[in-house]
Design a protein around this ligand. Structure first.
Ligand SMILES: *[C@@H]1O[C@H](CO)[C@@H](O)[C@H](O)[C@H]1NC(C)=O
Ligand SMILES: *[C@@H]1O[C@H](CO)[C@@H](O)[C@H](O)[C@H]1NC(C)=O
Ligand SMILES: *[C@@H]1O[C@H](CO)[C@@H](O)[C@H](O)[C@H]1NC(C)=O
Ligand SMILES: *[C@@H]1O[C@H](CO)[C@@H](O)[C@H](O)[C@H]1NC(C)=O
Ligand SMILES: *[C@@H]1O[C@H](CO)[C@@H](O)[C@H](O)[C@H]1NC(C)=O
Ligand SMILES: *[C@@H]1O[C@H](CO)[C@@H](O)[C@H](O)[C@H]1NC(C)=O
Length: 490
């Protein structure tokens, strides 16, 4: 038949308007880049929308769908928070493991070209409501906000929405359901940030890093969730590992990560862990990545086991270049983590700031992947030693470093009591039990970055630089109003 009948035309028209509005509500459709500014990097919403209108597309029944990986929230602002879930016809990630040969665009989001995309949009509704203090514990308060969003295989069936219009420093519950059904996610709990000028006495952070699924159980996640003594979770990176470890908690997929499918599957595996799910469900997370969200010892142009040369791409893994591997890792990370992408035009940027009342500024930086100068790759130690003092060396690169110093200055100007930096590698000198310097990944590989950051004479220096399991002490570090719960996960 050539033309659909009038009834289905009307139906399609309604779907079109609904779908095109709601695709935008799922932030992952703009990740890792906004299509408007990066034609080759962003997803094309008009393309996805028109694909979903094909008459062969049959919507899933709510009973065919599951919330496969729990719920999560993160990046609290005074009036909004990010809510996350995944709803899908399968727990498996989208199998975009196709590798490309010859000359191609740096990266393409046209998954249709590389993998058969699933044309059926899945509709979800979300709602968030206040948790109020009752006579006996907390009781259900008024509905805050609610909304609707769509997801598809293009973004691995993930859902990331921003709940706006919330009250500062307030506990909320939130939940997702498949549109028009009682197929619902678990109920999550989260908390907005205090307003910038609020006088808060105490903010409790549970700090984590280095959580390797294959190396042990995530008891510390479970303990923190069950103790319920903190406001926010800060994860300083190595939230996943890219290796191919075996054993009872063997990594999935069973290979080292290179493709988009690889990174998505690994994130998915970590989110099947019950303790991780519980901590994600009940607290707003503020994470940053270290090296293993990409690959060991990364820097601007490579990793310890992947040089930025064709010979290296051909010998290591499925012939994927450094840039493509990075963008695969970034895209899966933003799809699977409940965080904001503060600059859509800069998909490698994770550095961002949280003003938690007058008490503290939590400044999250990236000393690994954002244009870092060459690092130790296992075969260049003498070279790194020789160039350690080179003033052009950098851990953060000029743009991030300027931003970082500006955050410190502005924090001082607004008289925040604390300037706390979330960072990946050892900042201060740590002596082991024999009195010898310890900590291999440290700021001394770039003496100039370290010097610029610690010269309190010209800049207001940070008072605490977080690195679990070490809380590095610096300048006038005092354990006063900020409680750190520091865990090393394995
Ligand atoms: C959805 O969850 C149910 C109940 O746990 C399970 O039986 C079913 O296999 C799941 N379906 C999918 C597609 O994951
Ligand atoms: C993934 O890639 C491998 C190697 O190229 C291939 O053998 C396999 O069939 C692919 N899997 C899917 C589901 O596309
Ligand atoms: C208060 O809450 C606890 C735990 O939820 C429950 O066991 C107890 O019965 C409640 N008490 C009253 C008076 O409702
Ligand atoms: C959801 O559950 C309620 C209560 O059991 C029931 O009244 C309602 O019809 C259900 N809604 C749908 C769409 O199945
Ligand atoms: C990277 O280059 C170094 C120096 O040329 C070489 O020793 C190393 O084997 C290379 N690594 C890979 C993974 O190609
Ligand atoms: C930094 O790491 C190197 C190894 O790369 C080590 O030799 C050095 O002692 C460490 N320095 C500090 C200050 O921890």
């Amino acid at each position: 038949m050539m033309y659909p009948n009038l009834g289905s035309l009307l139906g399609l028209g309604a779907l079109f308007r609904l779908a095109s509005a709601s695709f935008e509500g799922n932030l992952n459709y703009q990740s890792p880049s906004a299509r408007s500014s990066h034609v080759n990097l962003g997803l094309s919403l008009p393309f996805i929308t028109s694909r979903t209108l094909k008459r062969s597309s049959v919507a899933y029944q709510p009973s065919e769908l599951n919330f496969t990986h729990g719920v999560a929230s993160g990046d609290p602002y005074p009036n909004s928070v990010i809510l996350w879930t995944r709803v899908a016809p399968t727990a498996e990630s989208d199998r975009s493991n196709v590798t490309v040969a010859g000359t191609v665009e740096l990266y393409s989001h046209e998954t249709e070209k590389y993998v058969k995309a699933d044309a059926n949009p899945i509709c979800i509704e979300w709602k968030i409501w206040e948790l109020q203090k009752g006579h006996n514990g907390t009781v259900k308060g008024p509905l805050g906000r609610s909304g609707k969003a769509y997801t598809t295989s293009d973004i691995d069936f993930t859902v990331k929405v921003e709940a706006h219009g919330l009250k500062p420093w307030t506990l909320y519950n939130y939940q997702f359901n498949v549109c028009g059904s009682n197929n619902s996610s678990p109920v999550g709990k989260t908390k907005t940030a205090p307003a910038e000028n609020d006088e808060v006495d105490e903010v409790k952070l549970a700090v984590f890093s280095c959580s390797n699924h294959a190396k042990g159980f995530f008891n510390v996640y479970g303990n923190a969730a069950r103790k319920d003594k903190h406001d926010y979770v800060v994860h300083l990176g190595d939230y996943i590992y890219e290796d191919a470890s075996s054993g009872p908690r063997a990594h999935k997929p069973a290979n080292k990560l290179f493709t988009l499918y690889d990174y998505r599957t690994r994130h998915g595996q970590y989110r099947t862990d019950n303790d991780l799910q519980l901590l994600a469900q009940n607290y707003a997370w503020i994470p940053t990545w270290d090296d293993h969200e990409f690959a060991n010892n990364g820097y601007r142009d490579g990793f310890s086991a992947l040089n930025n040369t064709e010979a290296s791409f051909r010998n290591e893994g499925p012939s994927i270049s450094v840039d493509t591997r990075k963008i695969n890792a970034v895209r899966a990370y933003f799809e699977w983590m409940p965080i904001r992408q503060v600059d859509l035009d800069d998909n490698l940027r994770i550095w961002r700031n949280f003003k938690l009342g007058k008490l503290l500024d939590l400044i999250i930086i990236d000393t690994r992947n954002y244009d870092r100068s060459i690092t130790s790759t296992g075969n260049n130690d003498a070279y790194i030693e020789a160039i350690r003092d080179d003033p052009s060396r950098t851990l953060m690169e000029g743009r991030q470093e300027k931003w970082f110093f500006r955050q410190l200055s502005e924090s001082k100007q607004r008289a925040a009591t604390w300037r706390v930096v979330g960072n990946q590698i050892v900042f201060s000198r740590i002596l082991d039990s024999k009195g010898e310097l310890t900590g291999t990944d440290n700021w001394s590989v770039s003496v100039s970055s370290s010097y610029r950051t610690s010269t309190g004479e010209t800049l207001p220096a940070p008072q605490a630089i977080l690195l679990a399991p070490y809380v590095s002490r610096h300048v006038k570090y005092r354990v006063l109003a900020v409680n750190f719960y520091v865990f090393d996960v394995w």
